[in-house]
Design a protein around this ligand. Structure first.
Ligand code: 5GP
Length: 253
């Protein structure tokens, strides 16, 4: 069989040319990185779980009318996606103070915000993805004012969906990051949710205990990342209810 053409390799995923023009195959690696790849490890099964969890969230978003790049899952580690022109921004929505917001403002982690806030970082590893004001985004041509308004509205809808789904399984959605892509239907550009939605890109805390069930487990050495992600998948029904939360993940077909 001919080797597939590699289009892009990132820290946690690889993109290959897809079977049809305008499609890509997104492969989820087991690699975990933090602090701009200063901390690295390989977490057995992480890619398999994130492939399934991202499928779960993206199909849920599509069902409520939010367009995403997801077409279909191909196998345990790969999904077929639409090729997009990535808007070079990390779009972050926060419901509770944590991470860089808590640090920057000296807030206690877990403080509930009066309303969800949306912020933007410029996607550039060499600069450490710096926070950017909306005015820079428009002035530097990364997105138009109208695009920005549409991105904020879409991010808040994604937040409502994810927060509701998580609440239903006893998980608090503290914050998350999404990426937005542009696709062209004829001449007209359209914005869609791209990249991935998984515990790598969200902060998820147990509602009762505040136990962390996301990548902070790896960033802060809090225990087994695989156990945390398996627990999220199990609660969402991506894993069977009786699946032991430790060991290698067993997936439902
Ligand atoms: P913070 O700005 O507090 O570090 O991150 C806010 C939220 O965005 C967290 O849920 C975090 O996981 C996510 N996030 C921020 N930057 C990145 C990134 O470069 N990669 C991923 N996967 N998630 C990120």
């Amino acid at each position: 069989m001919a080797r597939r053409k590699l289009v892009y390799e990132g820290k946690a995923k690889i993109l290959y040319e897809g079977p049809e023009p305008g499609t890509l195959v997104q492969y989820f690696k087991d690699d975990a990185t933090a602090f701009n790849a200063e901390k690295k490890d390989v977490i057995d099964g992480k890619g398999v779980l994130n492939n399934r969890l991202s499928e779960f969230f993206m199909t849920g978003l599509q069902r409520i009318g939010i367009p995403t790049h997801f077409i279909k899952r191909l196998n345990m580690r790969e999904q077929l996606i639409r090729q997009v022109e990535i808007v070079p921004l990390e779009v972050i929505v926060r419901n509770f103070a944590a991470g860089t917001m808590a640090k920057r403002l000296g807030m206690e982690e877990g403080t509930q915000l009066p309303r969800p806030v949306v912020e933007f970082s410029y996607k550039d590893d060499s600069l450490g993805d710096p926070l950017v004001p909306e005015e820079y985004i428009v002035a530097l041509g990364w997105a138009s004012q109208q695009d920005l308004e549409d991105i904020i509205a879409m991010a808040l809808r994604v937040n409502d969906f994810l927060a509701g789904v998580m609440h239903g399984v006893g998980i608090k959605l503290v914050d998350f990051k999404i990426e937005i892509g542009r696709v062209y239907d004829g001449e007209f550009p359209r914005l869609i949710v791209a990249d991935e939605i998984s515990p790598d890109s969200c902060r998820l805390w147990d509602i009762e205990t505040n136990e962390k069930l996301d990548k902070d487990v790896f960033r802060r050495d809090l225990g087994s990342l695989s156990d945390a992600y398996t627990e999220v998948a199990r609660r969402l029904g991506v894993l069977p209810q009786n699946n032991a939360p430790s060991g290698k993940p067993t997936l439902v077909n």
